[in-house]
Design a protein around this ligand. Structure first.
Ligand code: PAF
Length: 286
């Protein structure tokens, strides 16, 4: 697998595959790759002729300098995992390559970016995501780009961006990969202290409780959220938010009629975790 650092090199490397009418899949990542990323790359491998993985810890989407500094970085390990998962090309630019001196553009998506993560981390978070995703899509020009359902709001923001700007790319969602006990895989999990690890399950348990409430006929989002909060309280974890929203618009739900997404964020021993689950009216995951 080739590791490229510059926009010009990526564009040059993709000329051949394009001339041969090969399809290109992009998996944007910030590194610290795990089995969730492997699933993204695996899906791209299965659906595209040429798979590009981008590896860039995007400073513009971090609301906390400490979080950015603590973000795990190990390019050699990431490259090995990406190649094993089926990547053909790794794009690992330096920050100056994507944000050269004088860079003055910010892409701002409203709508689905406004609540939950947008409200708790600040608008700059999704501005940063939208700016870098648009830039990566422009550089690689993929036929399809792959995002995890784990970051459901990010997925909704990217879908909105692509739709609004009529970008010629398919956005594919890949289901969340979980540990056997239900903890959603995240690059942040390695920062959980061993004695906090059991409490990290509070998020998955909250989603299960919300789903169980819907399965027993509860249709009031407040009551469903309360069931989730109660499950978290049992392990002394306080949610930053736990809300039921429309999975596309991320608008809060007044009633559960069609599809509902329950989203939760919480700090466990100082590590901020998020998780979500789409509920159907029969309470089964879709
Ligand atoms: O999900 C991520 O890892 C990042 O938000 C993304 C999409 C690579 C943009 O930096």
């Amino acid at each position: 697998m080739t590791i490229l650092r510059t926009i010009a090199d990526v564009r040059a490397a993709l000329t051949g595959p394009r001339d041969q009418r090969q399809t290109v899949g992009l998996v944007p990542t910030m590194g610290a790759l795990h089995q969730g990323h492997r699933a993204l790359v695996g899906r791209a491998r299965a659906e595209c002729d040429h798979v590009v993985v981008s590896l860039f810890v995007n400073p513009r989407q971090f609301d906390d300098a400490g979080d950015l500094a603590a973000y795990p970085r190990d390019e050699a390990r990431d490259a090995a995992l990406a190649v094993e998962a089926g990547a053909d090309l790794l794009f690992a630019p330096a920050a100056q390559e994507l944000y050269p001196p004088g860079f003055a553009t910010t892409v701002c998506v409203r709508g689905p970016a406004e609540g939950l993560e947008g409200a708790h981390r600040g608008a700059a978070h999704f501005d940063g995501v939208a700016t870098v995703v648009l830039k990566l899509l422009t550089i690689v020009g993929p036929d399809a780009a792959y995002f995890g359902q784990k970051d459901a709001q990010q997925l909704a923001v990217v879908r909105r961006l692509v739709e609004d700007l009529a970008l010629p790319v398919r956005i594919e969602a890949v289901p969340t990969v979980r540990e056997p006990d239900g903890l959603a895989l995240s690059s942040r999990n390695v920062r959980l202290r061993p004695d906090d690890r059991p409490r990290a399950l509070a998020l998955a348990r909250a989603l299960e409780a919300a789903q169980a409430a819907v399965a027993t006929g509860e249709r009031d989002p407040g009551a469903v959220a309360a069931a989730g909060r109660q499950a978290m309280a049992a392990v002394q974890v306080e949610p930053e938010y736990l809300e039921l929203v429309d999975p596309e618009t991320f608008a809060p739900l007044a009633a559960i009629e069609g599809q509902a997404l329950v989203a939760v964020a919480a700090r466990v021993g100082g590590v901020r975790l998020i998780d979500n689950q789409i509920l159907t009216s029969d309470g089964r995951p879709s």
